[in-house]
Design a protein around this ligand. Structure first.
Ligand code: THU
Length: 161
């Protein structure tokens, strides 16, 4: 038996002016500006996401809820599905995920969103950077979706076998 460790590296910043890469700052601000378009009357939890594509386009998404609760969808999936529906050939370079509600550390994307983002990262074979910010929280930057979904199910590989 071998005991093994998994170390995940990510960067923590105190604010957007604490040395965060410029393109991530712009993307985060775009996501924050669009928080107002979250339709979340049931949870009152506003989430917004912005995706930067290789062609420079910024695609936005916010969480959209429904009276039939499970019919709603997270901001990240609205953004990535919209990006891939409009520009299927464009690689995703980075994604910002922000919430209106503050927390000491940022809220992190749900498992379903991580899995969906992982699919496209695997397909494009290039890592997607992730920036997380919740209100006035610390800011976390990950270099790859894999860092948010260790041991993730990589079905894209299975399809090719
Ligand atoms: N939500 C997101 O938009 N993204 C996540 O990663 C987690 C949760 C939304 C879903 C729902 O509208 C609200 O936040 C409360 O769960």
């Amino acid at each position: 038996m071998n005991k093994k460790n998994l170390i995940i590296e990510f960067s923590e910043y105190n604010s957007l002016t604490d040395g965060v890469e410029k393109s991530l700052v712009l993307l985060t601000k775009a996501a924050e500006k669009n928080l107002k378009n979250s339709y979340s009357p049931y949870s009152q939890f506003k989430v917004s996401s912005a995706i930067k594509l290789a062609n420079g386009n910024i695609i936005l998404g916010t969480n959209q809820e429904n009276a039939a609760y499970p019919s709603g969808i997270c901001a990240e999936r609205v953004a990535i599905f919209s990006a891939k529906s409009t520009f299927p050939e464009q690689d995703v370079i980075e994604i910002a995920i922000v919430t209106e509600q503050s927390n000491p550390t940022p809220f992190s994307p749900c498992g379903a969103c991580r899995q969906v983002l992982m699919e496209y990262e695997m397909l494009q074979k290039k890592p997607i950077k992730v920036i997380l910010k919740s209100g006035n929280s610390k800011i976390w930057v990950f270099n790859s979706i894999k860092d948010l979904l260790p041991f993730g199910f990589d079905a894209v590989d299975i399809l090719k076998k």
